[in-house]
Design a protein around this ligand. Sequence first.
Ligand SMILES: Cc1ncc(COP(=O)(O)O)c(C=O)c1O
Length: 404
Amino acid sequence: MTHDARAMLNAHAASVTQPYGPERSQVMSQAGFDAATAEISSWPGYAPTPLLSLDHLAQDLGLAKIFYKDERGRFGLGSFKALGGAYAVANVLRHQVEQAKGLTHVTSAQLLSGEFNDIIRAATVTCATDGNHGRSVAWGARLFGCQCVIYVHETVSQGRRDAIAHYGADVREVKGNYDDAVRHAATTAAAQGWTVVSDTSYPGYRDIPLDVMHGYGVMAVEIVQQMAKIEPPTHVFVQAGVGAFAGAVCADFWMQWGARRPRFVVVEPLQADCVYQSLQAGRQVAVGGALDTVMAGLACGEVSDLAWEILHGGVNVCVAVDDAYALDAMRILAQPKARDPAIVAGETGGVGLAALLAAREHPAVWNALGLDVNARVLLLGSEGDTDPVIYRQVVGRDAAEILA
Ligand SMILES: Cc1ncc(COP(=O)(O)O)c(C=O)c1O
């Protein structure tokens, strides 16, 4: 396995003093984040996920601090994705109930009360997924009580399919890659009268993916609260598939921290670097082919329109790394230095650390990132062992042994 990596400064990045501004607020807004926070924090089982400090690892890598937001425990689903798809499902059902009953603001609590079950049970939501998004949509469908059909492409692991089916969804396979499954979900839904709850937007389809992104933002809202008494980080590393997660985090930090916001770093697999290629070209570029990477959540070839509207000015640096770094990161997080906490990160979860490991071995990447001994780096641990079988193959132990 090779350990290749490259980095690029975004020539279109906004200056640090440039405000978030009204144009971007048309896309992702403070009101959107506030509404998502109010609803999601009312759901059963809600609790902010931990923000950990990896001081010994930071010292080892020549940095002042490493913070790690650990999304493994999010609503028992294993990833931050629990926030987005399920929130969009709630909003789809809310709108259907409001329309049918002539009401103006139906809350999650009302949807959960059983009062509107006749309308909710007749609704079907669907999406394409490489694992975690479909799991969130399926969980949301079960939580609120509607029907659910999830499309997976050929390389989605059996463990991830089972995790979706566990929530009662009908899981169906589509030939081709993730983007083919996205198109298949859209055409089938149009024919059947179902609602597509996609995490990626495309021309004419924005409102639902926007809800997904505002749901993701709850994670960023928590981080800002968790760091309220300390200086914001100097760098944040966010892994990107279609870029919706990165777009949500970027927008929230920009609004909350303004000119104090961290340098925004997007990390992708070398084989599926659509944000990198798009920023380099100055326009959205599709990356084709099998998009073959162990970083399953990042195997996407096309940047979401909504994400692009935030990221084209919000990203400072793009890094693309080989799979080998993602696997190294999983093992290092599982076997920490000294008194750093042990962390269970899936193939897509430890990708921020993968970029740091790559930076240590590739001076061009280190320099592009502007890292030094004063850097206080925030990594987003976007998933835990969402496929426990793959996790054990990579790390050699399972989560329970690591966390014991
Ligand atoms: C664990 C995990 N992290 C990050 C991402 C990337 O999110 P996005 O596709 O919004 O860029 C995904 C997407 O599936 C994911 O599952």
